[in-house]
Structures are given as C-alpha cells and as structure tokens.
Design a protein around this ligand. Structure first.
Ligand code: ATP
Ligand code: MG
Length: 214
C-alpha cells in the first residue's frame, strides 16, 4: 500500500481527531457514526481512514495495516506498545483512570487490613501495576464493559475504570477513591512506516504537532 492509512475509532476519538486531520489537509468523506463504511476515503487521494474498535487501533498500526493511529493511553498501556512509535500526546479524549467503590465502602480500611480486594476492570495491566506498586493484594476480574455494575451485583469490591464527569459513578452510587492515571490520546506510528514513508508522513506529523492544543 503506497498511500497512507490512518486507524481511528468512531465516537470521541474520531470527532476530536477531525481538527488535527484538517490541519494536515485531510477531510474524511464520511463520518463513521452515521456511515457503516469501515474504510473511509478522504479529501486527499493518498490518505484513507480505517474504522476499528478503540482497543484494536494499536494492533492495526503495530502490524502495518495502518501507518498511523490515535489511541488512548489506557489502550496503549494494555497493548504494550510493541512496534509502535508514540511521538505525540494529542491532548484529546482526556479523562482519568480511577479506583471506585460503592458509597459507604471503607476502602482505606479494607486496604489497611491487608485483606484481598476483589477488583473488576477492563484494564488488567494498569490495575495490576497500580495495586502492586501500593502493595495491595487483589484478585482481578476481567470485564469488557459496564464495570459500574460489578460492585452492585456482588462481583467485586471495587472497579478500576475511566472517569470524566463522574456522572455514571454517581448514577450507580459509586465513589472514586483513588486516582490511578491521567489519560489522553496519542498519535501512534508504525515504526517501519516511519522510515519507509518518512517523506509523506513527516508533514502530517508536523501539522498535528502544530495543531495540538495545550
Ligand atoms: P469500545 O467502545 O470499543 O469498547 P471504548 O469504550 O474504549 O471502546 P471509546 O469510548 O471511544 O471506546 O473510548 C476511546 C478512548 O477515549 C479510551 O481508550 C479512553 O482513552 C478515552 N475515553 C474513554 N472514556 C472517556 C470519557 N468518558 N471521556 C473522555 N475520554 C474517554
Ligand atoms: Mg466507551
């Protein structure tokens, strides 16, 4: 593939990447939130967008099926980052990784007691590293979504999840008790493509760099 392929997920990442693409002269022909197409052509005949699940973006870029991608720090840590160059924090899709528990649950006490804490999360690696660094023993339970339900249904004592406004936690009578990481999305580049397609990729990287908002 001679042109440039950019992997994006639909929703907030696609929306928040649009102004950065525009700065590089790239305007997608369609929006994946209203179109069912998974390959979207753009205003530039040499550039196309492939629409994938947020957690699949690093995989497409790692294997060179996409040259560029945009992925959350959460997704990048869970993926591990092999084969990826991460030149730029785009400062979009900002949120926080937090530990949350049901209202009234004495988290500090539970942690102090040295009891094993049952923690449900989609982010196993982040959770494992967080609790290991604190010396807290945990049993991790992998979930794929709706983490908020886990403590309410008796599956876990706590969850590790992304929080932005906190309204989902509040609606489910959960409270955030610990900050794990600040999250934003980054530009990722296939390491081989960066060398082989440097001439066409460099102007896009430069335009993104200039367009990032602090
Ligand atoms: P999928 O829907 O495929 O399971 P996802 O829920 O992780 O994946 P998105 O909701 O589009 O997909 O999230 C994409 C990225 O945006 C996440 O990896 C994270 O970095 C960031 N993000 C997630 N939730 C929020 C939020 N509430 N506010 C801001 N950024 C968020
Ligand atoms: Mg989501």
């Amino acid at each position: 593939m001679n042109g440039i392929t950019i992997a994006l997920s639909k929703g907030r990442i696609f929306e928040e990447t649009l102004p950065l693409l525009a700065a590089a002269g790239i305007v997608p022909d369609e929006n994946p939130d209203t179109s069912r197409k998974l390959i979207i052509q753009t205003s530039r005949p040499d550039v196309r967008v492939v629409v994938v699940r947020a957690s699949d973006v690093p995989t497409y870029v790692q294997h060179g099926a996409a040259d560029l991608g945009v992925a959350g720090r959460d997704v990048l840590i869970e993926h591990g980052g092999a084969g990826l160059y991460q030149p730029l924090d785009l400062n979009i899709a900002r949120c926080r990784m937090m530990v949350a528990v049901p209202e009234g649950f004495d988290y500090a006490h539970a942690v102090r007691q040295g009891a094993r804490l049952k923690v449900a999360t989609k982010y196993l690696r982040i959770a494992r590293e967080h609790f290991a660094a604190k010396g807290v023993h945990v049993d991790l339970i992998k979930l794929y979504g709706s983490m908020e339900l886990a403590p309410l249904a008796g599956l876990a004592d706590a969850i590790v999840d992304l929080v932005s406004t906190g309204s989902t936690l509040k609606a489910n009578r959960l409270v955030a008790v610990e900050h794990v990481l600040d999250i934003s999305s980054r530009l990722i580049v296939n390491q081989a493509a960066l060398k082989l397609k440097r001439e066409s990729l460099a102007p896009i990287l430069d335009a993104f760099t200039a367009a990032v908002r602090p």
